[in-house]
Write a protein that binds this ligand. Structure first.
Ligand code: GAP
Length: 402
């Protein structure tokens, strides 16, 4: 399922937007990169306490009493806090060999900016997209996989002329909200949050978060940031390599501004899972399929559902039916993620597939042996239709795309 989330993002960014190229940069880079980016200094090494409830961090000298000034929650012990995870490269554990696991994937994009520009035949404005692991020494991980120390980010950096930064900020804000809506997240469970100036990260001129209404409250799932020329100008200063863009026509040399869209793959996963969860009191149907008083199912968008098709022989141990069902499963599994299940009553097997959000169940019965067709059941409507075996791949493909 997480692969599907990442695939949907990658497709959206690198295929539906023609001016974005993909990159896979290193996790371990020169420590100088993290000095230039401000991650080893700028506000990252103060003595901090963190609220165990709302996760806000406060400098120890700003705290009047032992409770969180915002929500009254319990505070952690104060400690020197830097989010960067440190490690060593080479055989000696001394200062010269220390390195850091990346705390955000985008720094690998900035230091490769010229490389990509010169090799991809792109010009400003254009974007670089990347999916990869990031690491942060979070003091209070939690809320399932919402906050972890090792997580995946799906980040896109849009390089543009400074005068166009505000326009593109608005554009990407809307695009990113639409991505969640397009994949079926409920509109009323999503909102924008304009980050106040006092809370902006050290690199940001402006930031808007996309928040989702989790059972544990409204929480950030993605940030859209105007990073100005902070990153490219600082990397130029520290590395001695001029990362400015030169516009041949206008004879203009400048640091492009960066509009960043930064989503968490794990947080998106949790969002899709939470949003798809449905409970139906009294069961979904009172007739043949009902097995318990309260049924749950996952109403995933079809692109996100981890299993697309379940192949179910109507009865077990009827040799011809089992053999036919196995044959169909073997044919379909090269095109779709399929499950074969012959354990329990057919109603119970439908329930099991509903619970993991499988969009289609395909039942092989006695009629199949005579007519070479099967029953295809839709997860959401529970409607069933007969489909010729020879048409199955085409029909399922069409249905998955709609
Ligand atoms: N490059 C900008 C950046 O990293 P961020 O707001 O610190 O900005 C962006 O992080 C996104 O990365 C967040 O919206 C979230 O989805 C994800 N993220 C950040 N820290 C995380 C953590 N500890 N666990 C899981 N996801 C995290």
């Amino acid at each position: 399922m997480k692969n599907n989330v990442k695939k949907a993002w990658w497709k959206e960014m690198t295929r539906f937007h023609e001016n974005i190229v993909g990159l896979d940069a290193a996790i371990l880079m020169s420590p100088g990169i993290w000095e230039a980016s401000g991650h080893l200094t700028a506000g990252f090494a103060d003595e901090l306490v963190e609220c165990k409830k709302c996760h806000k961090r406060f400098r120890i000298d700003e705290i009047q009493n032992p409770r969180c000034p915002d929500c009254g929650g319990q505070l952690t012990e104060p400690r020197k806090f830097n989010l960067m995870m440190k490690t060593f490269v080479g055989p000696v554990e001394d200062k010269a060999s220390s390195a850091y696991l990346r705390a955000e994937t985008c720094q690998g994009i900035y230091v490769n900016f010229l490389n990509v520009l010169n090799s991809s035949r792109k010009t400003i404005p254009f974007g670089i997209a990347q999916i990869g692991k990031s690491f942060r020494n979070e003091i209070t991980p939690g809320n399932f996989i919402y906050r972890t120390r090792e997580f995946e980010q799906m980040e896109m950096q849009w390089f543009c002329h400074p005068k166009e930064a505000d326009k593109f900020f608005e554009y990407w804000k809307e695009e990113r909200m639409n991505w969640y809506l397009k994949l079926g997240i409920k509109k009323e469970s999503l909102k924008f949050y304009e980050v106040p100036k006092s809370d902006l990260a050290h690199y940001a001129k402006r930031a808007v978060d996309i928040e989702y209404k989790f059972p544990f409250g409204w929480k950030e799932i993605e940030g859209i940031h105007n990073r100005g020329d902070w990153d490219l100008s600082n990397h130029s200063k520290h590395s001695g390599q001029d990362l400015r863009f030169f516009n041949e026509e206008k004879k203009e040399r400048y640091f492009p501004y960066i509009i960043e869209t930064s989503a968490g793959a794990d947080r998106s996963f949790l969002t899709f899972l939470t949003d798809a969860y449905q409970e139906v009191k009294g069961g979904r149907t009172k007739t043949t399929e009902a097995v318990k008083e309260e049924e749950s199912f996952l109403k995933f968008n079809k692109a996100i559902a981890p299993v697309k098709v379940a192949v179910l022989p109507l009865v077990k141990n009827k040799e011809n039916i089992t053999k036919k069902a196995r044959e169909i499963y073997s044919t379909l599994k090269t095109d779709f993620v399929c499950q074969y299940d012959e354990v329990g009553s057919i109603g119970r097997r439908y329930r099991r597939q509903d619970e993991i959000g499988t969009p289609f169940c395909l039942t092989v019965d006695f009629e199949t042996l005579e007519k070479d067709d099967v029953t295809l059941r839709d997860r959401d409507t529970m409607k069933q239709e007969r489909i010729k075996i020879s048409d199955l791949i085409k029909v399922i493909k069409e249905k998955l795309e709609n």
